[in-house]
Ligand binder design. Structure first.
Ligand code: AMP
Length: 418
């Protein structure tokens, strides 16, 4: 199937071509026609399947006819990173359409968001908390919303946003199209979907299973040798950008410092950062100034960097679903990727759960020249050994700050190739 068959508005068709999307992904093949028909949709699709374009393409098409300068599409998702990424997708797919979009999330000033809304954005990409602030202050008007998208609904539920979402729903016109995307379907989300969607089509893509374009390997290691083993793996691996996951913020920060000390251009993304620091880390990683990003699950949610060749689980994820989410950061759409997981003895149960979902045993690897018998370092916080092959990196240049909260005409922003 080609995008031509979908009979899209010529501008949007051209933007799809410019992005290099040759054929629709499976979720797009199913969702785009359904959304164009005005149907409510439940999309059970993991990240990396092309789900964002599956709803942005038909919604942009719809906005090309009908009134301008009023809010017609409301997108609600769990994190500001996801909001920014959805905005970027809308910006690329909506270039030269003269449509406007505003991002609405906390941690940045209200003013630019209020201005954006006042100037007549047709689309708002939002996070629940700040959206409610605007609702309470009367700075957002939802009476013209024709379509609501709840993106990563299961994550919003995990993060405790369900009561906020119910409040938002009360303010929306009842006659609207609703699209709900979720990687998994916990009972609470199923119930919500049942209540708020009208005769929805359910589209299920690869039942919460890591993308097939990713290959997996496990590296058994004693806990105290994790950092040296990671350095050894990095040294022996042909890679582009690498995303490393740790269990806690503190571990993310500490490991990033160890990797930097060992000569790797590394940054970290964890909950304790200011919005400016987060943007700096994300932009730096995306632009390649940092080759390695160390993050916690929450901080990396929604991260979409097409050059991620490796996801490394320095610490095992908390669940099989979290594994799927983490791994979804590599092998995105048409690319391939590698997922390495450092495992200690106590991780074996979860490993078996992951293997069940994958339907096959994951290869266990041992690095031949690595000394697995080395004793723990005497001080608990002693840094990992510096690898002799790696020169120490000079500090990366600071990234320019992005403006806080933005309304933008599509096509206005200088296109950034990812
Ligand atoms: P998502 O699942 O929305 O996070 O998308 C994952 C990645 O797939 C993004 O980097 C998109 O730019 C890319 N993508 C989306 N649709 C297509 C397509 N039809 N062909 C190739 N790449 C795509």
């Amino acid at each position: 199937m080609s995008f031509d068959l979908l009979k899209l508005n010529p501008h949007i068709r051209e933007n799809v071509r410019t992005l290099g999307f040759e054929v629709p992904t499976p979720i797009q093949r199913k969702a785009i026609p359904a959304v164009l028909e005005g149907r409510d949709v439940i999309g059970l699709a993991q990240t990396g399947t092309g789900k964002t374009a599956a709803f942005t393409i038909p919604l942009l098409h719809r906005l090309m006819s009908g009134p301008r300068r009023q809010l017609r599409v409301l997108i609600v998702g769990p994190t500001r990173e996801l909001a920014e990424q959805t905005f970027n997708a809308l910006n690329d797919l909506g270039a030269h359409t003269n449509l406007r979009c505003v991002t609405i999330y906390g941690g940045v000033g209200m003013r630019p968001q209020v201005e954006g809304l006042r100037h007549g954005a047709e689309i708002a990409v939002t996070c629940p908390g700040r959206l409610l602030d605007h609702i309470r202050q009367g700075t957002i008007h939802l009476q013209h919303v024709e379509c609501l998208v709840l993106d990563e609904a299961d994550r919003m539920f995990d993060m405790g946003f369900l009561p906020d979402i119910r409040k938002i729903l009360q303010k929306l016109p009842a006659a609207r199209q609703t699209l709900l995307f979720s990687a998994t379907m916990p009972d609470a989300i199923r119930k919500l979907a049942h209540e708020i969607l009208r005769d929805p089509i359910t589209l299920q893509i690869a039942h919460s299973k890591p993308a097939e374009s990713v290959s997996h390997a496990l590296y058994p290691v004693p806990p105290h040798l994790k950092a040296p083993l990671l350095l050894a793996i990095l040294d022996r691996t042909d890679r582009e950008s690498v995303l490393v996951f740790t269990r806690t913020k503190h571990r993310a920060k500490r490991l990033a410092a160890q990797l930097t000390k060992a000569g790797h251009r590394t940054t970290s993304l964890q909950g304790n950062l200011s919005q400016h620091q987060r943007q700096n880390a994300m932009e730096g990683f995306r632009a390649g100034r940092y080759q390695i990003l160390v993050a916690t699950d929450l901080a990396a949610r929604g991260l979409d960097v097409s050059t991620i060749s490796h996801v490394i689980n320095f610490d095992m994820p908390g669940s099989v679903d979290d594994y799927t989410h983490r791994i979804g950061r590599t092998g995105r759409a048409a690319k391939t990727g590698d997922a390495f997981t450092l495992i200690t003895q106590e991780d074996e149960d979860l490993v078996r759960g992951i293997e069940r979902v994958l339907g096959s045993r994951i290869e266990r690897r041992q690095l031949e020249t690595f000394d697995y018998t080395a004793r723990p370092a005497p001080a608990a916080h002693s840094p990992a050994p510096r690898h002799p092959a790696q020169p120490r990196a000079s500090a990366p240049p600071p990234a320019g700050a992005r403006p806080a909260g933005r309304v933008r005409h599509f096509g206005q922003r200088k296109r950034r190739r990812r």
